[in-house]
Design a protein around this ligand. Structure first.
Ligand code: ARG
Length: 468
């Protein structure tokens, strides 16, 4: 009894692993190796995992029911203290796992020291990240859906606005603004799919792998998986503690999502410029310049574009951490957390703010329509007209090129040409050519599946609405 008490006091005084050490840890080493300054955010999932583990230990009679009850009560008490901000995380206790275990032992006595039976921090941390990532990914999927809804609403509200579609950032062919906006819906739909797919591999229980080899205790991993709602358990203890694929997959899906948000931001920045004048951003989502009083800057969009760099960096960071590691767990892997958390925070913040901003963007149909009509954006329609009259496409392309060249020389638009002039370029041209040269007709003509005609865009919106 005195021995138990003595070792209990010693445990509380020193580090949980201090048994084989003669010297105290250098302060600089403590600071260098600690992770609690950033992994404290895993506390809820750490406790959730520990409670499931303890329930299993009692069920398998590895610890007594009495001890298990004591531990669970203690853990819930710690959770309440952390929640209320009263808990002080200590750097000298290294990480979130040991902070909580230490607090537990302090609170409930030697029984608390039984919580780590049959597990290691290696499978514990893998579990915590998976639980955290599972919640976070589900949240991100919700946020993506909300943003998609905002995009579809904007498309629906502005369904018939015409704008120039671009290639090489040069006016190419007229399109519907709604069609352009829905392109982002499709990108986000793939992103959502990628996160759903990630979840399958996040949702695997690693606990029970212990340090790397498994454990001699008669644990019941299926039972723990059931309690924590994991549909699968890891099949190889070495893999389970050294795998961070799911972190990389998540950041990778995030980097691609951010790339999409960045492209959207870039377009809106351009459209908001005086040069384009296609949209006006809401005052509430822009900021002023400290020196130029006339300015209204699209900072939210610029920062979304800028933060994409961070997430891409996070991906490279974790890939680089993992690429040279021998099996199984290595401390390098502690470096997975800051990039992961940074990605989670960044993605959530960007989705949230863009979703809020979307319905408040004012589109400027006049400017868009003028830009769509200017230039020679219906030239392709003329070529297609000639093809329908029997001319091979390559020749039609050439003939239309000649018409455009003529317009440029005479400083005219296509619509300003009269029929006689047109006929000089081809005998196949007659009165009906003017129909296909108008912007509206050009758009309405694009009836191929996935094309920009109002009919097709409406059909897509209907399909999207029915799916939800
Ligand atoms: N803080 C550590 C991490 O984040 C927990 C696992 C530590 N394991 C160990 N054997 N030192 O990776």
């Amino acid at each position: 009894m005195t021995f138990i008490l003595l070792s209990f006091i010693l445990t509380l005084m020193g580090k949980l692993w201090s048994g084989r050490f003669k010297e105290e840890t250098e302060k600089t080493v403590e600071d260098f190796t600690e992770s609690v300054s950033f992994d404290a955010r895993l506390w809820k999932h750490d406790i959730q995992g520990s409670i499931a583990h303890v329930k299993m230990l009692a069920r398998r009679k590895i610890i007594s029911k009495k001890d298990a009850d004591l531990i669970i009560k203690g853990l819930n008490g710690i959770a309440a203290r952390i929640e209320s901000g009263k808990f002080r995380f200590r750097k000298d206790l290294e990480d979130v796992h040991m902070n909580i275990e230490h607090a537990l032992i302090k609170k409930v006595g030697p029984a608390g020291g039984k919580i780590h039976t049959g597990r290691s921090r290696n499978d514990q941390v893998a579990l915590d990240i998976r639980l955290y990532l599972r919640d976070g990914t589900r949240e991100i999927i919700k946020l993506i859906k909300a943003f998609q809804r905002a995009i579809v609403s904007a498309a629906e509200k502005n369904i018939d606005i015409v704008m120039p579609g671009y290639t090489h950032l040069q006016r190419a062919q007229p399109v519907l603004l709604s069609h352009h906006l829905l392109a982002y819906y499709e990108m986000l739909e793939r992103d959502r799919g990628r996160f759903e797919d990630c979840l399958k591999r996040v949702n695997v229980l690693p606990l029970g792998s212990a340090a790397l080899a498994g454990t001699t205790f008669p644990i019941d991993r299926k039972y723990v998986a059931g309690l924590l709602k994991f549909p699968a358990i890891s099949e190889n203890s070495i893999d389970a503690v050294s795998d961070r694929d799911f972190v990389i997959e998540f950041i990778s899906a995030s980097a691609l999502l951010m790339t999409h948000l960045s492209r959207l931001s870039e377009e809106f920045i351009l459209w908001n410029s005086e040069e384009f004048g296609f949209i006006e951003l809401p005052d509430a989502f822009t900021t002023g310049s400290s020196i130029m009083p006339q300015k209204k800057n699209p900072d939210v969009l610029e920062l979304t574009r800028g933060k994409t760099g961070r997430v891409v960096g996070d991906l490279v960071s974790v890939l680089t951490v993992m690429k040279g590691l021998p099996l199984a767990y290595n401390r390098d892997m502690q470096e997975d957390k800051e990039p992961l958390f940074d990605t989670m925070d960044t993605v959530m913040a960007c989705l949230l703010i863009l979703t809020k901003m979307m319905p408040r963007i004012r589109f400027r149909p006049g400017n868009m329509e003028r830009a769509a009509a200017a230039g020679f954006s219906t030239a392709t329609d003329i070529a297609e007209y000639l093809v329908k009259k029997g001319m091979p496409f390559r020749e039609a392309h050439h003939t239309t090129g000649k018409i455009v060249q003529y317009c440029i020389e005479k400083n005219r638009t296509l619509m300003e040409l009269d029929l006689e002039t047109m006929k000089r370029f081809s005998k196949l041209i007659s009165e009906d050519i003017f129909r296909c040269m108008s912007v509206d007709m050009s758009i309405e003509g694009k009836q191929s599946v996935g094309g920009t005609s109002g009919k097709m865009v409406r059909a897509r919106i209907r399909k999207i609405r029915n799916k939800r």
